[in-house]
Design a protein around this ligand. Structure first.
Ligand SMILES: Nc1ncnc2c1ncn2[C@@H]1O[C@H](COP(=O)(O)OP(=O)(O)O)[C@@H](O)[C@H]1O
Ligand SMILES: [Mg+2]
Length: 304
């Protein structure tokens, strides 16, 4: 469908890198029972503009320089941090892809995100936009230096040894609203493609699209299955779900179009770039959908 626009490497990397690759592990954190006066000293000493508030290792809020200024204006410098902090906080997890954190930053305008373990909310790091920029910059530089295209040439891919007479297929279920497992199917596919020795560029393009299709199934659908198929000349993904279908496919393919509710946006999704990214990364894309019944997405990336 259409002409594929090449998506920049920096954007591809935001899917491939995780929050843990970018986050800062040395976090300056504060106790909820400290005073605003003490907070002022801590922020100044460390030259930071905010900090997560932590009790027994777990994040219970964040306090920023804006909160501090408000207190100073009102002369509340003996107030406790716990009474002045923001309690409804947005966090991210170490294993989240960077794209998710970037979307949260874009959506919320926050300056920093606490990074907590998924199961127990334990603080393991902090992420700022400049951490992300530095991480991308380092990765791009090392990619540039290692010239991975050369590696592809030297390493004889399994699929080419098979001399064009094979077809590999792998199917996985996707559960609706299961944010804990979300992303695991596309990573399993990525693994399989890497083991198969597909060119890195193909693996990246298919993985990005598979991740977006998987997230859409988790967020919007009633769940379904995804299939990866590797043929001699193409890698193909099918994402079949059990409704509710897409009202207007053309609209859904428009960059920025999203019907995501606010709470989904707060999780960092709903930028409306999923389907457009799939389209840009695929050599062939088909969407079949029936209102109230199903959505069947299939896309292919050519191997030659
Ligand atoms: N599997 C699906 N089932 C139903 N609706 C979907 C599905 N996938 C996408 N959509 C619709 O298409 C819109 C655009 O999707 P996408 O480009 O991925 O952006 P986003 O996920 O950020 O909203 C979604 O907001 C949703 O309305
Ligand atoms: Mg999406």
């Amino acid at each position: 469908m259409g002409i594929r626009k090449k998506i920049p490497k920096s954007q591809e990397l935001t899917y491939a890198l995780s929050v843990k690759d970018a986050m800062c592990k040395n976090v300056v954190k504060v106790s909820p029972y400290l005073s605003i006066k003490k907070l002022r000293e801590i922020l100044k000493e460390n030259a930071i503009s905010g900090a997560p508030v932590v009790e027994k290792g777990r994040v219970i809020g964040v306090i920023s320089i804006e909160d501090l200024i408000k207190c100073l204006v009102k002369g509340e410098i003996t107030a406790k941090i716990k009474d002045k902090m923001t309690k409804e906080i947005t966090v991210c997890h170490p294993e989240d892809p960077l794209i998710k954190a970037i979307q949260i930053f874009e959506r919320t305008g926050y300056g920093r995100l606490p990074v907590v373990e998924k199961d127990n909310n334990k603080l393991v790091g902090i992420l700022t936009k400049s951490d992300i920029v530095m991480c991308l910059f380092k990765k791009l530089r090392s990619l540039y230096e290692t010239k991975e295209e050369k590696e592809d040439e030297n390493h004889l891919p399994l699929y080419s040894e098979l001399k064009g007479d094979f077809s590999f297929k792998m199917e996985k279920p996707v559960e609706k609203m299961d944010f804990k497992k979300a992303g695991s199917v596309s990573s399993a596919f990525k693994d399989a493609m890497e083991k198969f020795g597909l060119p890195k560029d193909v693996v990246r393009r298919v993985s990005i699209s598979a991740y977006e299709a998987e997230m859409n199934m988790v967020i919007y659908s009633e769940g379904g299955t995804m299939t990866l198929q590797i043929d001699p000349h193409k890698a193909k993904i099918e994402a079949n779900d059990n409704g509710p279908g897409i009202d207007d496919v053309k609209k859904a393919l428009t960059p920025g179009y999203s019907t995501a509710p606010d709470w989904i946006r707060e999780l960092g999704f709903g930028a409306g770039m999923g389907l457009p990214n799939i389209q840009n990364n695929s050599d062939k894309l088909k969407i079949r959908t029936k209102k109230g019944k199903f959505t069947r997405l299939s896309f292919e990336v050519n191997l030659k």
